[in-house]
Design a protein around this ligand. Structure first.
Ligand code: ADE
Length: 221
């Protein structure tokens, strides 16, 4: 979200911006670390464009994706955080070819694991700050999940904790480029059409939390 980019930008020194393929990449140093921040846009294709561009233009050691997600696991409330230990594309379907749902043919995987050091450091950062976070699978697809049937399908098929629209494509691009990656998502809704929340207020709170976690993360990593 813009609010997340703005918050992260405020942490950076010597800020420079570069626009590639319509995406603004904000470069700067944080705690002596060269850092690049970008808003990828909504959906797997924009996320993949952003990730591949970031890798080719800036050669990052690691990539972290932050944002919001629909909660699938029972124990999650709005504002809680899900840190991915794996990501999966719930709309990837080559089952008519005899492959399992979510299977990525060229890679031979359904779930792509995130980097263990990254997810452990993210978890430690949330603990230190005192925000509730759970580790689990984040399922991505080009759909805003808002009905109980779809929610049930994603949750049960992939044992997923949260659903969103970018993390797994970012993971796939990182995987093929051998770049360690992590995904951190704040729960914004129950993925069942329960739109009774004040999104701007929530977004501000979620962005502030995520930025605090990322700040801790970079200092600890
Ligand atoms: N991002 C936040 N909530 C979501 C949902 N329910 N489905 C997909 N992406 C989301």
């Amino acid at each position: 979200m813009d609010i997340e980019v703005e918050g992260l930008k405020r942490l950076l020194k010597d800020v420079r911006e570069e626009k590639i393929s319509g995406i603004t990449f904000v470069k700067g140093s944080f705690n002596g670390r060269e850092t690049v921040v970008a808003k990828c846009g909504i959906g797997k294709v924009f996320a993949a464009i952003c990730t591949q561009t970031m890798i080719m233009a800036f050669k990052p050691e690691i990539i972290i994706n932050i944002g919001v997600a629909g909660g699938l696991a029972e124990n999650l409330n709005v504002g809680d955080i899900v840190i991915a230990d794996s990501v999966v594309q719930h709309d990837m379907d080559t089952t008519p070819l005899g492959e399992p749902r979510g299977y990525l043919s060229e890679i031979g995987l359904v779930k792509i694991p995130t980097d263990e050091k990254i997810y452990k450091t993210l978890l430690e950062a949330t603990e230190k700050i005192g925000i509730k976070a759970v580790l689990g699978t984040v399922a991505s697809g080009d759909v805003f999940v808002s009905d109980s049937e779809k929610k049930k399908f994603i949750k049960e098929t992939f044992s997923a904790s949260a659903c969103e629209m970018e993390g797994a494509s970012i993971g796939q691009v990182c995987f093929v480029n051998k770049v360690p990656f992590g995904v951190l998502r704040a729960i914004s809704d129950g993925a069942n059409g329960d739109a009774n929340m004040d999104f701007p207020t929530f977004a501000k709170m979620a962005a502030e939390n995520s930025i605090r976690v990322i700040k801790e993360f970079i200092m600890a990593f």
